[in-house]
Design a protein. Structure first.
Length: 114
């Protein structure tokens, strides 16, 4: 699989994820991790350190960090937990675009408090 095909598949996985059942989400997560390893396999240890560093930013995470985390196969659940967003509102967080990410992240935090 060529790099552009892998990136396209990652985009498709993200689009399918929110509508998928828990079982389907687990399968999509496995596929995302597999593609992430194919893209960045030679530097797996470096990628793990990069993931840890970006998740450690917590609420200061930028959309570019979210995109990179998704490329590395990090699940939406893990990303939203790092952002300190509760499970019951994480589904409203849109990770498909920068605009959607910032807007829905704010909404999720507001719902968390109120």
């Amino acid at each position: 699989m060529e790099k552009h095909e892998m990136l396209q598949r990652l985009t498709e996985i993200q689009e399918q994820y929110d509508l998928a059942s828990k079982t389907e989400q687990r399968e999509l997560d496995r596929e995302r991790r597999k593609i992430g390893k194919m893209l960045y396999g030679n530097s797996e240890r470096k990628a793990e350190q990069e993931v840890k560093r970006m998740l450690g930013k917590e609420m200061d995470m930028a959309y570019s960090d979210v995109e990179r985390l998704q490329q590395l196969g990090v699940t939406k659940t893990r990303i939203t937990k790092a952002l300190k967003i509760n499970d019951h509102v994480m589904k409203i967080v849109d990770l498909s675009s920068a605009e959607g990410f910032y807007k829905t992240q704010f909404e999720a935090r507001y719902l968390k408090k109120g």
